[in-house]
Design a protein around this ligand. Structure first.
Ligand code: HEM
Length: 505
């Protein structure tokens, strides 16, 4: 028996050694990729992204570090486990990827678990489905449609103002309420409402899901790991997925049975389901769209996608603005002066047109998004062999492409003294002196953020409501050094930022 076990153990050790050797050789061979192409590269035993994949480091911060270390280079190669990824630093090359040579970089290159219906949303859809979906959804975000939704945003903004004394997570609650009402028609009369609480709970889960996605995105070409990550994604999201799908299906059924029409996203998406287009808007390119109609599943996926893409990005924009304004009283006073002047001209009413007149507010938000880009990178996949202009390097099909917004925004070459919060960086003169692609924030080109104007509108209305009635100040506990959450691909502070609201006289 003893001899038999010894033999078994020896065989086991030998088998494990062979597997380890094979893995080692595979990785060593994989890491020759950039070296062979003569591209500067960085590499550690498990690619460069191990710490962010394992949740030990913020992905946005990691990319910024790579960007900074590669100073003087136009691009740098790195590895996501075994997948070659090219980080682009040169603004002119960025312009090509996003606009001019888009046809070679039209995919996001994120691995999708097809069994999850909510994954089939605009943000992640691959070609050829993405383009017609984008064309169909674009009319839902025109100025006319946003004006129609303005009243909802405004009313929730006023409720938020009333809630400032009691609620610590003010900006998060406000955004969940706006998006919740615009997308799911969840009526939230009180900021402490239970439905709003549930929605927030699930919204947090959607953000954690972002981390799982970053993982699956990173292992796109490691087939063996695909199934493992896909299963984890489903397990994590099962409850969230059924919550959202049921909420939307009930809503649609109720409206169809009772002939209810409203000025919100569900209504617009229902038009796509029942008529194949959004009323009152000309289609950009009708032959691209064809005669296809949205299914209930498409409607649910895009509602969820808008919720996930829109709520945390906008809420973090408000809280980051309030944080910087609390630390810079002079900037805050200047902004309040503008808000007071414009509102006086509009009879004290917060209207769509009044908000549009607040140009300093726009600069404050642009500077906030420079220092705290909620999605700190853009990603694409190379879809055909591509020779980098002014170089001999050929980027192969399947290579991941990343653009570090966080890196570009803190590059002193483009933004001198980058830690300084200075809205005047966004004066017309300053903007004209900079390459536009060092701040390609909403993204640019055909994949650009479809909801940016709504995100900014919500943020503006939220800030105007708060700052017209109170001032914001730091407390003894307000941090001066924000650390970022490692568990999500978004750039979110690890802890909430404590601020004090003081009623204006
Ligand atoms: C301040 C708020 C927001 C910020 C900073 C932001 C940022 C971004 C960024 C950086 C991208 C990637 C663009 C690219 O890859 O080129 C993006 C894409 C996207 N965003 Fe936003 N976003 C915001 C608000 C919203 C809102 C409110 C919605 C929806 C209601 C939304 C929906 C989307 C969608 C669907 C995409 C994918 C578009 C496509 O690939 O065709 N976003 N966003």
């Amino acid at each position: 028996m003893g001899v038999y076990l010894d033999g078994l153990l020896t065989e086991l050790v030998a088998a494990v050694s062979v597997v380890l050797l094979a893995v080692y050789v595979r990785f060593r061979w994989g890491y020759q990729y950039w070296k062979k192409k003569g591209v500067s590269y960085t590499s550690f035993p498990f690619g460069n992204m191990g710490p962010s994949i394992l949740g030990l480091e913020s992905y946005g911060k990691f990319l910024r570090e790579v960007y900074e270390k590669a100073k003087g280079k136009r691009f740098i190669g790195l590895y996501s486990i075994l997948r070659p990824v090219l980080l682009i630093r040169d603004p002119e090359f960025i312009r090509r990827i996003l606009i001019k040579d888009f046809s070679s970089f039209h995919e996001r290159g994120v691995f999708l678990d097809d069994e999850e219906p909510l994954n089939r949303q605009l943000f992640f859809l691959p070609s050829p489905e993405w383009r017609p979906r984008r064309v169909k959804l674009t009319p839902a975000f025109t100025s006319g449609k946003l004006k129609g939704m303005f009243q909802t945003v405004k009313i929730i903004g006023i409720n938020t103002r009333k809630g400032y004394k009691i609620e610590k997570n003010l900006s998060k609650m406000y955004q969940t309420s706006v998006i919740g009402q615009l997308l799911f028609s969840v009526h939230i009369n009180d900021l402490m409402d239970r439905v709003a609480c549930n929605l927030r709970l699930f919204a947090d889960d959607a953000v954690v899901y972002g981390r799982v996605l970053s993982l699956t995105a990173s292992v796109e070409q490691s087939n063996g790991l695909k199934r493992l990550t896909a299963e984890r994604a489903i397990a994590r999201r099962g409850e969230v997925s059924s919550f959202f799908r049921k909420m939307i299906a009930d809503n649609v059924e109720y409206r169809e049975k009772n002939n209810v029409t409203k000025r919100d996203f569900i209504d617009l998406l229902m038009q796509l389901k029942n008529k194949g287009f959004v009323e009152g808007d000309k289609l950009e390119n009708e032959q691209d769209v064809g005669k296809s109609y949205f299914t209930l599943e498409d409607l649910a996926a895009d509602s969820f996608g808008f919720f996930a893409a829109g709520f945390e990005t906008s809420s973090t924009t408000i809280s980051s603005s309030l944080y910087e304004l609390a630390l810079h009283e002079d900037i805050q006073s200047k902004l309040q002066q503008e808000i007071d002047d414009v509102l006086n001209r509009h009879g004290g009413n917060i209207t769509y047109d009044a908000i549009a007149e607040m140009t300093y507010l726009e600069k404050v938000l642009s500077e906030t998004l420079r220092k705290y880009p909620p999605l700190p990178f853009l990603n694409r996949e190379c879809t055909e062999p591509y020779t980098i202009p002014d170089s001999d390097v050929v980027v192969d099909k399947g290579t991941g492409i990343v653009i570090s917004l966080f890196g570009l925004h803190y590059d002193p070459e483009h933004f001198p003294d980058p830690e300084l919060f200075d809205p005047e960086r966004f004066s017309e003169e300053e903007k004209a002196n900079r390459h536009p692609y060092v701040y390609p924030l909403p993204g640019d080109g055909l994949h650009a953020c479809i909801g940016m104007r709504l995100g900014l509108l919500q943020s503006r209305v939220g800030l105007v409501n708060i700052l017209s009635k109170c001032s914001v100040r730091p407390t003894e506990k307000t941090t001066r050094d924000i650390s970022y959450n490692n568990r999500t691909i978004l750039l979110l502070p690890t802890k909430g930022i404590e601020l004090k609201f003081v009623k204006r006289i």
